[in-house]
Design a protein around this ligand. Structure first.
Ligand code: UD1
Length: 360
């Protein structure tokens, strides 16, 4: 049996790296296919380096473009590779355009699809990610869900077979960091333990709506006015491009704001979250990671597909308005941080590989 894992963006690579390593360890003939949706060293190569992953067997080099262009380009190339390599099963992760392209191409060729992180729902179909998740879940044979909440979402949509509760692969990704050479991230960035807020913003619904982006920048400014705290912004290339194109750079030259451009690597991002007083983000991955390292999170969205982070007390959904963000920050400062992570224990990737290869 030949399996192919298809990934393409930074978060997919981070969360699938342990599974790719496990797959290659079991049999090197299985394929690691990279769509090239993310291509900058800081979004791509740096992740391969941290996880000591060999180069992909194929890189489709689709780069950036409209959603349809990217998806169609990936599908055309994937179809050829699947035929040439006689691939028996395709594994995709999460909710990106790469996930959709991998899942849809395989389904059209009657090849079983395994969807890692199945069942997440924001209930907001204006998000491209929500559309991608729903479609891929409905055409997958293996639905590898991180939590019971995710499984409930699948059942509500009448998906009843092939579902497995496996936990979150990010737990393995964070565990892998024990293998790498540690260095002191606080010293590197001249920060104090619990003396700063760590912010990331990249989602289309925040960055492509200038009114929302301006509002988030105003909130960042207010955070810098809070005594005793610095503010650290990790800059995603999409956000950087929009800020530059709209001459908004000046608005970010704020005292006590440290901009990390290029964005820090995965090890540093986890350390920066661990030592932060509060994580402020619109990323799904950071909602999970901050929950796992027991730092409160304020989410810059109106909804989340990670409700378990809210239920366990780790996360507050604040949206983009300044007063709501600042209220959530103040509430987070008072919070106790002893919640238990809902995402499981290391070993998730090995379990997933057993399921896909039908050892279980
Ligand atoms: C994609 C995913 C999103 C995920 C995010 C993580 C979709 C629909 N969205 O969003 O779910 O949370 O990745 O980063 O697939 N760019 C670069 N260099 C890169 C990659 C991107 O400069 O290596 C810039 C380009 O200007 C590009 C823009 O970022 O047009 C957006 O990239 P894209 O992959 O379309 O979406 P993300 O916002 O990264």
């Amino acid at each position: 049996m030949k399996i192919a894992i298809v990934v393409g963006t930074r978060p997919e690579l981070i969360k699938m790296a342990p599974l790719i390593k496990e797959m290659k360890k079991r049999d090197n003939k299985h394929l690691f296919i990279h769509s090239g949706q993310h291509y900058d060293y800081y979004m791509d190569g740096m992740v391969l380096d941290i996880f000591e992953l060999a180069k992909p067997d194929y890189n489709l080099q689709v780069g950036s473009g409209s959603h349809s262009m990217m998806t169609a380009n990936m599908m055309m190339q994937l179809e050829k590779i699947i035929l040439k390599e006689n691939v028996d099963k395709i594994v995709v992760h999460g909710d990106t355009n790469t996930t959709l392209a991998g899942g849809l191409t395989a389904a059209k060729m009657n090849i079983p699809v395994a969807h890692v992180e199945a069942g997440l729902r924001s209930k907001d179909k204006s998000m491209p990610e929500e559309i991608n998740r729903i479609i891929v879940d409905h055409l997958s044979s293996y639905l590898l869900s991180p939590t019971a909440d995710a499984i409930n979402n699948l059942k509500k949509e009448n998906i009843s077979s092939g579902i497995h509760l496996v936990g979150q692969t990010i737990v393995d990704s964070i565990d892998w960091l024990n293998h790498i050479n540690h260095y002191d991230v606080l010293t590197k960035f001249i920060l104090k333990h619990k003396g700063y807020f760590f912010i990331t913003v990249h989602r289309q619904e925040n960055t492509n709506d200038l009114m929302k982006l301006q509002s988030i920048i105003r909130a960042i400014k207010q955070m810098t006015l809070l005594e005793n705290y610095q503010v650290v912004l990790s800059l995603h290339p999409r956000t950087k491009k929009i800020i530059q194109e709209n001459n908004m750079l000046q608005q970010l030259s704020i005292d006590k704001l440290l901009i990390l451009d290029p964005p820090p690597n995965f090890y540093e991002t986890i350390q920066l979250q661990k030592h932060a007083k509060v994580v402020v983000t619109d990323s799904g991955g950071l909602q999970e990671e901050s929950c796992i390292v027991n730092t409160p999170c304020v989410t810059l969205r109106e909804n989340t597909e990670r409700p378990e982070t809210v239920k366990c007390g780790a996360n507050i959904i604040a949206g983009y308005q300044v007063e709501n963000i600042m209220k959530a920050i103040h509430d987070s400062l008072l919070k106790s941080t002893n919640w238990k992570s809902p995402y499981g224990e290391p070993g998730v990737s090995s379990n997933i590989m057993d399921i896909i290869t039908e050892r279980k």
